[in-house]
Write a protein that binds this ligand. Structure first.
Ligand SMILES: Cc1cc2nc3c(=O)[nH]c(=O)nc-3n(C[C@H](O)[C@H](O)[C@H](O)COP(=O)(O)OP(=O)(O)OC[C@H]3O[C@@H](n4cnc5c(N)ncnc54)[C@H](O)[C@@H]3O)c2cc1C
Length: 383
């Protein structure tokens, strides 16, 4: 029911994305997951197919679509069988929106257009070793020196941190105790002296996506790379979250759907006690619960996305949609492993990977607890 609000342009993009995934991702997904990376020219092919910027303006090479065009692509990528590849390929979706919202035309041309074409990679770096939930406590310093900023500090858990050519980085330009009012966003380019990334961090899931630490050691960054006004970064980061969290929610719904598809196939084929396990009532009911949780989350995400498309303030609704989709995905992937028995615990089995990959979504893009805080603060009061 995410397609409740789709028109022909969404359906056409879904078909293009499905064809791309069938040819370019699915046959290799398992090998890339085991290798811990995917080939860099995949982005070029995805860019040529129009899959890297479906919601970005046509003036920078994007598709000019709405939020549902983004969700359609997110869903299709999950069906490729490697959430890690989908996340690595999709790191632009959290990095570029602040540039599109607040950047100059020259910045958009320089940093956005090549990423949409797939010839450059963009990442967003907010989280630091001292914490990620409390964005207002960012410690990485950027001190103005003539027409440069001198940046020193460290980031961690950055998606595409090892590949990124451009890192949209949250830095403190205000006083150390300035909180959210002293943050700015700077694009720090690969090759800038003093900027290095660590080796890929070893993770529970998302294996094909590179996740690294970033180090800034008196790194001189042109002041021309400041996105928006100085000390306005916090608001840019917050404005970005609605779209990011809807993408995460749609990804979770797609993962739940994929886990159900694999499980339905398995219970039709597997036999125990002289009959197919899908004929046991308890298993039929468990599958019915899985389908219900997926459908609930799918419908809710669709409605919230539609309200976002209409320009309503959906801060609390997006947080609810993320938590609902994450919870549905966790329930469904856990049940999928259970219904596969021992096979569900094996690396060769698709649901084993979905189960591991799902765990991150209660943490990344704002934790479940932070979503609950947002719901508490922003949801309309009941009368
Ligand atoms: C694979 C992966 C990819 C990632 N990609 C990126 C990326 O591209 N860019 C980026 O910037 N970051 C990225 N992150 C970081 C991610 O956004 C953070 O891990 C997340 O925001 C949580 O921050 P933290 O890990 O510091 O946990 P903490 O902030 O230390 O939280 C620890 C626990 O305390 C809870 N908690 C904190 N504050 C409160 C509160 N007020 N009330 C109740 N509970 C609270 C949290 O919910 C959590 O359960 C990624 C992380 C992973 C694992």
């Amino acid at each position: 029911m995410l397609d409740l609000f789709h028109d022909d342009s969404h359906r056409a993009l879904a078909a293009t994305a499905a064809r791309f995934v069938d040819t370019n991702i699915r046959p290799y997904a398992e090998a890339w997951e085991e290798a811990g990376s995917f080939p860099s020219d995949l982005a070029v092919r995805a860019g040529a197919a129009g899959l890297l910027g479906p919601t970005y303006p046509e003036s920078v090479g994007g598709g000019g679509g709405d939020v549902f065009h983004g969700l359609v692509v997110a869903e299709a990528l999950v069906r490729g069988g490697s959430v890690g590849t989908a996340m690595g390929l999709g790191s632009h979706a959290i990095a570029l929106p602040p540039i599109l919202a607040l950047g100059t035309d020259a910045q958009k041309e320089r940093f956005v257009r090549p990423v949409v074409a797939g010839t450059r990679v963009a990442a967003l770096a907010i989280t630091e070793p001292s914490g990620g939930s409390d964005v207002a406590r960012v410690r990485t310093r950027a001190v103005r020196d003539g027409d440069h900023y001198v940046v020193s500090g460290q980031k961690t858990y950055i998606t595409s941190g090892g590949r990124a050519d451009y890192v949209v980085t949250a830095v403190r330009t205000g006083a150390p105790d300035s909180g959210h009012a002293g943050l700015s966003l700077l694009v720090i380019e690969r090759g800038t002296p003093g900027f290095t990334s660590g080796p890929p961090l070893r993770k529970m899931g998302w294996w094909a996506s590179d996740t690294t630490e970033l180090f800034f050691d008196d790194c001189r960054v042109p002041a021309a790379n400041l996105i928006g006004a100085e000390n306005f970064g916090f608001y840019a980061i917050m404005a970005n979250f609605a779209q990011e969290r809807l993408l995460i929610a749609a990804t979770c719904v797609a993962m739940a759907a994929e886990a159900i598809r694999l499980t339905e196939r398995h219970v039709r084929e597997r036999e125990a006690f002289g009959r197919r396990i899908g004929d046991f009532q308890v298993i039929r009911h468990r599958l019915a619960e899985m389908r219900t949780r997926e459908a609930e989350a799918r419908s809710f995400v669709a409605v919230v996305a539609e309200r976002h498309r209409r320009g309503e303030d959906v801060t609390a609704w997006v947080a609810m949609a993320k938590n609902a989709a994450v919870s549905a995905c966790s329930f469904v992937t856990d049940a999928a492993v259970q219904l596969h028995g021992g096979l569900g615990y094996m690396r060769e089995c698709g649901v084993e990977r979905l189960y591991r990959d799902a765990r991150l979504f209660a943490i990344g893009g704002g934790t479940t607890e932070i979503m609950n805080e947002i719901i508490h603060r922003f949801a309309p009061t009941s009368r």
